[in-house]
Design a protein around this ligand. Structure first.
Ligand SMILES: [Zn+2]
Length: 429
């Protein structure tokens, strides 16, 4: 099956960061040519004259199934927030996990995301829903100390079972999650890391989100969380540390030496008023692979990566009193090539190049908010002026999951029509 996207502006995100004008041709799951005019015939023609084609965005930290819990814990202090969320989390059913995931996947497709890294339990239910939606899930089963969880059985064993059942599934990459140092002892952390190393799969965890977490851990162990995790041996090239806001320069250096990735969640941090701002310029300086996550719908409350790129840029510039930090091209890199590297898929995702998976977003070039549109201002327009409303068509691994504003894979109206009853059953208890 050949799909030809015709006459678009193509933000390739290739090593030269070229912007080309022309056709993008897809054969099955992969891109076969980029730029110029494709003279051959195609089974599917997509007219994209003047539209913008860019790589599908990659959200490296979320809890997608929480999309059904919007607005339940807003505007309250953090300890109260945690209390309430944990209570709801421990009481969820497969049905509301399924609906929550599908609402989240629909929102992600509509805002140009084709891959997301998830940290939650019940990833088996989430995987099935994501497969129906047709976008890629890097699904990291949440591991924590057995006495700290409401999961049935041992969380690491649950994670391993999930891996065995879903490792061959198309567009699903099972991974390992750690909730955070506050509920994960040394043995739990080591077990998770060993499994991630053995299977060569991502290991993601919350890290230094709040000052309280850092202080508590120092009281308990004499070390700051990142210091302690580094000493326990958790850092490595497959590690993705979400938040990473309250860090010292020594910790940043250790993270860089380990070749690991971070997922910064600016909206979540601001909304929860956790105070710390992730040290993005230092991450770049010391070689920490920087990526962006939205976090879940109880802390953001959206999964919109188009918005998150801009928010991150604004937060960094504002908090540093420096408009030159977190440049538009860097922000787009965080959400594409860097994120692909974080999940170990840099050879198949993150840019529009022949041989890579066709994970492609088409933005409507006829939208006033991104005009005037020229190669000279295109990256800036996408990051600072663009919005999810510009997303027209979304392709994930060759499948057209959304076309001309219509989702092809799941019945969006039916899912949304069930969302209020799910919210009431979960959140009014
Ligand atoms: Zn999170």
């Amino acid at each position: 099956m050949i799909t030809a996207i015709r006459d678009a502006w193509v933000i390739t995100q290739d090593p030269q960061r070229r912007i080309l004008r022309g056709d993008v041709v897809i054969d099955g799951e992969r891109i076969v040519s980029v730029g110029g005019e494709y003279k051959g015939s195609a089974d599917k023609e997509i007219k994209a004259s003047g539209d913008v084609v860019m790589p599908g965005l990659i959200n490296t930290h979320t809890h997608v199934a929480m999309s059904v819990m919007k607005g339940v814990v807003d505007d309250i202090p953090f300890p109260e927030f945690l209390d309430k969320v944990f209570k709801i989390d421990s009481d969820r059913t497969d049905k509301d996990l399924d609906i929550g995931t599908k609402i989240g996947c629909a929102e992600m497709m509509r805002s140009g995301t084709t891959t997301f890294v998830d940290l939650y339990y019940s990833e088996d239910v989430i995987a099935k829903a994501a497969m129906e939606a047709g976008i890629r899930g890097v699904l990291c089963w949440c591991v924590l100390d057995e006495e700290m969880t409401t999961q049935k059985g041992n969380p690491l064993q649950n994670c391993k079972r999930f891996y065995d059942s879903f490792k061959e599934k198309r567009k699903i990459m099972p991974g390992v999650g750690l909730q955070g140092v506050y509920v994960c002892g040394e043995e739990t952390c080591r077990g998770a890391k060993e499994f991630s190393d053995e299977k060569k799969i991502p290991l993601t965890f919350h890290l230094s989100e709040t000052r309280g977490e850092v202080n508590e851990h120092r009281k308990k162990t004499g070390k700051r969380p990142a210091e302690w995790l580094n000493d326990v041996g958790i850092f490595g090239e497959r590690s993705i540390a979400a938040h990473s806001a309250w860090l010292t320069l020594n910790e940043v250096r250790a993270m860089g030496r380990a070749g690991m990735s971070i997922s910064t969640c600016p909206t979540s941090n601001m909304k929860l008023a956790t105070g710390g701002v992730a040290p993005i310029p230092e991450f770049i300086e010391y070689g920490v692979n920087t990526t962006i996550g939205t976090d879940g719908s109880t802390t953001n409350n959206s999964l919109d990566m188009m918005a998150e790129m801009k928010t991150l840029g604004l937060l960094q510039k504002s908090s540093r009193w420096d408009p030159t930090v977190a440049k538009a091209q860097e922000l787009l890199d965080f959400a594409t090539v860097n994120a692909a590297k974080a999940i170990g898929m840099q050879s198949s995702l993150g840019s529009i190049e022949a041989g890579k998976y066709a994970d492609i977003v088409i933005l409507n070039g006829g939208s006033p908010n991104i005009r005037p549109l020229l190669p000279e201002n295109m990256i800036s327009n996408i990051v600072y002026s663009g919005s999810s409303s510009n997303v027209k068509t979304v392709i994930c691994q060759g499948d057209i999951v959304m076309e001309d504003g219509r989702i092809n894979t799941i019945d969006e109206a039916e899912i949304l029509s069930r969302s209020e009853e799910m919210w009431r059953s979960l959140c009014l208890r």
